[in-house]
Design a protein around this ligand. Structure first.
Ligand SMILES: [Zn+2]
Length: 280
């Protein structure tokens, strides 16, 4: 499966040749300058801020000063050109072991000293310092400043290869994350997932304000599936992700809007502009 994904992705990347990655070489931080990093202080105005880096990658800043990077594939083909990595990161959340979600976790951890959260088996494979490796599993809850992070189910697969020549290793369960911000919204990042009935339990327990859902299809939910997911999740505002990175991920926010109507869901769609911090 992973090899297929890699082949598909490499093919897609070749088709996008010339789209330089907006990131520094492995292990080296970028110089300070323009880009999302200069907005780091804005979250202190009292609102959480979410910045989409393309694909499933996000940076979340909370009013209490926590900075969380989720699935930080900052070199994805749609990443904002010339954007700077965040200077300060408290936690890196990795939903599963596929390369398009692990992304630049190791380099970002080295640059910022962040803790790395994810499934125990996966985090053990990533080569982060032991005292920064926060491996857990579905059901686990962790506190980072004013953010409470819950590991929840995702229906997908998970394996990890350190590079293209290494065999893929078992990386534990794929996961999603629920992030509750004190005196702020609750976000659900689905990771790579298909539809599952437990989404209604996520709604019951956490009542997410925002659901960051994949809509690309093929490996994950497509727009019709995401519309059903929105219903199960209690109709939160849906932030579409994991689409358009490659031609294969064909779902679109417009299709999602249409499918939400068809599903008689009153969930709103909030499409984020890549690289722009959005107050929640
Ligand atoms: Zn995946």
């Amino acid at each position: 499966m992973r090899n297929k994904l890699m082949a598909v992705t490499v093919g897609a990347l070749l088709g996008l040749s010339g789209m330089a990655a907006a990131q520094p070489p492995e292990g080296r931080g970028p110089p300070a300058g323009k880009g999302p990093a200069k907005k780091e202080a804005a979250a202190t105005a009292g609102k959480a801020e979410l910045t989409w880096w393309g694909h499933a990658a996000f940076v979340l800043r909370t009013p209490g000063g926590a900075t969380l990077a989720i699935d930080p594939w900052f070199s994805n083909p749609k990443a904002p050109q010339g954007a700077q990595w965040p200077e300060q990161v408290d936690a890196i959340l990795v939903s599963h072991g596929h390369f398009d979600h692990v992304g630049e976790t190791k380099a970002l951890q080295q640059k910022t000293g962040a803790q790395v959260f994810g499934c125990y088996e996966l985090v053990s494979l990533l080569g982060v310092p032991q005292d920064k490796a926060m491996g857990g599993n579905v059901g686990g809850t962790f506190k980072v400043k004013d953010a409470t992070i819950h590991f929840v189910e995702a229906v997908h697969s998970s394996s990890y290869a350190a590079d293209e020549k290494s065999p893929a290793q078992y990386a534990g369960a794929p996961m999603g994350f629920v992030i509750q911000i004190d005196n702020g919204p609750t976000l659900y990042h689905g990771g790579d997932t298909g539809l599952f009935g437990g989404m209604s339990q996520i709604a019951e327990r956490f009542k997410p304000t925002y659901a960051l859902l994949p809509i690309g299809g093929h490996f994950t939910l497509d727009p019709a599936g995401a519309a059903q997911a929105a219903r199960l999740l209690g109709n939160p505002t849906v932030v579409p992700m994991h689409y358009g990175t490659f031609p294969l991920l064909a779902g679109t926010p417009d299709k999602l809007e249409a499918d939400l109507k068809k599903a008689k869901s009153n969930a709103k769609v909030k499409s984020l502009e890549i690289g722009k911090a959005t107050a929640l």
